[in-house]
Design a binder for this molecule. Structure first.
Ligand code: EPU
Length: 441
């Protein structure tokens, strides 16, 4: 299997990118579709590895799913027959734990494997399991098999407050809320726009979900049935990958379709670098290089802040800056797998210690006092870079490494293409259209 990219870098990338649908909405709308009666038609579903794997998973449960054109997926789960997620899928697809919702809805009990280790930190689901229990679901964990057994004794109801917000946690508990005969209230929720898109999808099919600032209330909802096909939003993470690459390569790339409000924190920080951003139409922006790149420090945080998914791309832009900058990761532990790889290109990056008051509150993962964390890097921009062989260990880091290889002269090999392609549709095609020299080997 061809799982590497051969990249000849050093050219400014120029042209146009049409964004694909958002991975982090596609996955949830597919899982949500298992709670619908009849056919569900989803448009703008990206053909990425995570989606293709999830489709295999839902088929293993008895659902029908097929692409009826390039990005339109048709799903029918009327004959769902299996309430156990097989380990082979659970270990591959992290969001498979969101299947608690449709499987409980359809069968009243289910068996779901612990999503286990992950390359961007431990990523436990403790808050999410606590939420299920708080809403009245019985959950047992078998540490020998690694499976959760969840069962509905009484219909879910009540109140749960996330100690710290969780994106997929908010979404899962909201889906659980669709089973209530009374009311489910989820507090201190995550606010990512991808969650809003999921709410739009469910409410347009009859759900009764109300989102206020930090709270979601789900009232008794009739069975879900799709009235109109649903088109999922564009991928904001993809936008950031190509926008930073455009500027870092001294290029010029127009990107659409995107709603300005969804990328406000990115646009604001991008402007600070001196990059040019031209609003071509309401949903189309051009990003281009002009007069150098100023170093800008960032700190990641959940929406509406600077997203954690964007920081590896930011590191690539900062490699090209005139001076040093700092990236402080607050959301996940261990999200700097790209650092050692970038050093192979000659990048000057060091981990630095930053004193944080009240780290238990400041960091969004479960902070342990005794552990040593590496949450901050300092990048010395402007270092002489050269080609190298790089290895991808996680999705967003992967995109950053492929982009870094596109910036340096000479031929680089980037191993682990299938990890990048878990989240980027037609990466090779899109880069080639921008004039980049990349092929799968
Ligand atoms: N956390 C816990 N316990 C929990 C839940 C979360 O400790 O029960 C921790 C996580 O380990 C993390 C922090 O809380 O340190 C925030 O996690 P969150 O649950 O919000 O993240 P997620 O739902 O696992 C989703 C996206 C991520 C994106 C984050 C932040 C999906 C499938 N994944 O992850 O996307 O970075 O929200 O918006 O929606 C990606 O696309 O590459 C990606 C990682």
């Amino acid at each position: 299997m061809n799982d590497s990219y051969l990249i000849k870098g050093g050219k400014p990338l120029k042209g146009e990118i049409i964004l694909s649908g958002a991975k982090n909405v596609a996955l949830k709308t597919i899982i949500g579709a298992l709670m619908f009666k009849g056919d569900v038609i989803l448009k703008n579903i990206p053909r990425i590895n995570d989606v293709l794997d999830l489709i295999e998973l839902i088929k293993s449960l008895g659902a029908k799913a097929e692409f009826i054109d390039k990005n339109t997926l048709s799903i029918n789960a009327d004959n769902l027959k299996n309430n156990q997620v097989e380990l082979q899928y659970g270990s591959k697809i992290r969001v498979s734990f969101m299947l608690f919702a449709p499987l409980l809805y359809r069968f009243g009990e289910c068996f779901v494997p612990n999503p286990g280790g992950c390359r961007i930190g431990a990523r436990p689901i403790d808050r999410i399991i606590n939420g299920l229990v708080a809403l009245g679901i019985k959950v047992d964990y078998n540490s020998e098999t690694g499976y959760y057994h969840a069962k509905i004794i009484n219909k879910p109801r009540g109140y749960y407050r996330f100690e710290k917000p969780s994106h997929t946690g908010t979404e899962l508990l909201m889906l659980i809320g669709l089973m209530t005969d009374e009311k489910v209230v989820i507090d201190n929720i995550a606010n990512e726009p991808e969650i809003d898109d999921l709410i739009l999808y469910l409410n347009s099919a009859g759900a009764n979900i109300l989102e206020e600032k930090n709270k979601i209330t789900v009232k008794k909802s009739p069975g879900l049935k799709q009235k109109n096909t649903f088109t999922i939003m564009s991928d904001r993470n993809e936008l950031v990958t190509y926008a930073t690459l455009a500027v870092a390569s001294h290029g010029n790339v127009a990107i659409s379709p995107i709603d300005e409000n969804l990328i406000a924190s990115f646009l604001e920080i991008m402007k600070e670098t001196g990059a040019a951003i031209e609003k071509i139409t309401d949903n189309k922006f051009r990003f281009f290089y002009q007069d150098g790149i100023k170093p800008v420090n960032i700190e990641t945080s959940p929406h509406p802040g600077f997203m954690t998914d964007w920081q590896p791309s930011w590191a690539i832009l900062m490699l090209m800056a005139n001076g040093s900058s700092v990236i402080h990761e607050r959301v996940f532990e261990n999200r700097f797998s790209y650092v050692e790889e970038l050093k192979k290109l000659g990048a000057k990056i060091d981990f630095v210690d930053v004193k944080v008051e009240n780290p238990e509150f400041f960091y969004h993962f479960n902070f342990e006092k005794e552990r040593l964390y590496k949450q901050t890097i300092k990048i010395q921009g402007g270092a002489e870079l050269h080609n190298a062989v790089l290895n991808i260990f996680d999705l967003r880091a992967g995109a950053a490494l492929a982009c870094a290889a596109l910036l340096v002269r000479g031929e680089s090999v980037v191993n682990g293409a299938s990890i990048l392609e878990r989240g980027y549709e037609d990466f090779v095609g899109k880069i080639t259209k921008l004039g980049g020299d990349i092929k799968k080997v």
